[in-house]
Design a protein around this ligand. Structure first.
Ligand code: KG4
Ligand code: ZN
Length: 360
């Protein structure tokens, strides 16, 4: 395989990849986590450093793209150095640099991509542009050896999709949200309840003290055919209850619990449709993305998976929320398949999974 860096051409013998343990440095800067990680081809996470910029964005109740980009610029160098130190490695030992090249907040993505390209050029290593969603999708192959094909429910702050992962880089969207992402619904509800950002963990904590049957909320698209989702109506219903009926701490806990239960029932209903329509020949259901860290939702979705005789795989919470180990792992899968990127790869703020190319 020929790999080109500006005017230099390096010949990489794919066969050597299979003979020794490969090490990939992953970089993630697409939202408000500045992250770097080293992962090896034998599925060992040698380091996984995540610097959360949460405090920088807290006063604004959400991520401010300009602040995020500037913070990545400030923190990324140290985060990469820490990842290498913790792995007891230097850049010389690394076989390739993988970086989130989209989708995401473009300022932050560019900081990560330019850093990765510079390291790759200076150290003469392959550069691998990773789709952030593919990073989430492939995590279960790192943690639980999930074989292709599998069905993935990706639930994060920006995405809410059912995906059929057929092979590396080949993904079919089976259904998706028509409006808000589920994480966004958690974050907006949390904001209405004046809880800190990110809202998901705060709602989950509050809901533990609440009665999930206290408030009846509409269940978007329930019992409708297909596996698309919608959360904007639910958001409006929650806002009305919060504005008119919430008087004390118990009310707040009850609406948090009722909201979370409605989300669980909605996802469960859609998942049932998805597995009925597309589950034939599939053994594994994977749930990934930040919202997958929610234990209550996880339990409800596990019940649905069990009813359909599927194994439910949910990576550990630290690998469900944004991290660079998933990017390094996606890089390893691509490197092993011989798919590396050119240094003129343009970062993509919008990059649907179905548009991934297996570039050589
Ligand atoms: O995957 P992620 O870290 O970033 C994106 O790519 O969006 O997901 C972040 C989202 C946020 O909306 C956050 O509120 C949500 O995941 N989240 C949760 C939980 N932990 C994080 N939602 C519900 N329950 C949680 N425990
Ligand atoms: Zn994410």
């Amino acid at each position: 395989m020929i790999y080109t860096i500006s005017s230099h051409t390096f010949v990489i013998e794919i066969s050597i990849y299979w003979r020794r343990r490969l090490l990939v440095l992953g970089i993630e800067t697409s939202c408000d986590e500045t992250a770097a990680s080293v992962v090896s081809s034998d599925k060992t996470i040698l380091s996984n450093i995540v610097y959360s910029q949460m405090q920088d964005h807290l006063p604004y109740g959400g991520v401010v793209p300009e602040i995020a980009a500037r913070s990545h610029l400030v923190y990324l160098k140290d985060v990469i150095n820490q990842a290498l130190e913790q792995a007891h490695l230097t850049l010389k030992d690394i076989d390739a640099i993988a970086v989130t090249a989209g989708p995401g907040l473009i300022g932050g993505v560019m900081v990560g991509v330019m850093t990765a390209k510079s390291i790759a050029a200076v150290h003469e290593k392959p550069f691998i542009a990773i789709n952030h969603l593919e990073g989430h999708a492939l995590t279960a192959r790192l943690t639980d050896n999930v074989p292709f094909p599998f069905i993935l429910l990706l639930i994060s702050g920006g995405h809410c999709q059912f995906i059929l992962a057929k092979a590396l880089g080949i993904y079919e969207i089976l259904g998706q949200t028509m409006d808000d992402a589920v994480g966004e619904a958690f974050d907006k509800t949390a904001q209405l309840l004046e809880l800190d950002y990110p809202g998901g963990p705060a709602i989950e904590k509050l809901a533990k003290h609440g009665n999930p049957n206290r408030f009846t909320l509409s269940k978007p698209l329930k019992r409708k055919p297909g596996c698309d989702l919608s959360f904007s109506g639910l958001k409006t219903a929650v806002r009305q209850i919060i504005e008119h009926e919430i008087k004390n701490d118990q009310d707040r806990a009850d609406i948090a619990a009722s909201f979370q239960q409605t989300i669980a029932e909605t996802l469960g209903d859609r998942l049932t449709n998805c597995l009925t329509l597309h589950g034939l020949g599939i053994t594994d259901l994977v749930i990934a993305g930040g919202v997958a860290a929610n234990q209550y939702l996880r339990q409800k979705l596990e019940d649905v998976a069990t009813n359909h005789q599927k194994r439910l795989v949910v990576p550990p919470p630290a690998l469900c929320t944004d991290n660079a180990a998933m990017i390094a792992w996606a890089g390893l899968e691509r490197l092993a398949a011989g798919y590396v990127s050119q240094l003129d790869f343009t970062p993509r703020p919008r990059w649907p999974l179905a548009e991934i190319k297996n570039e050589v």
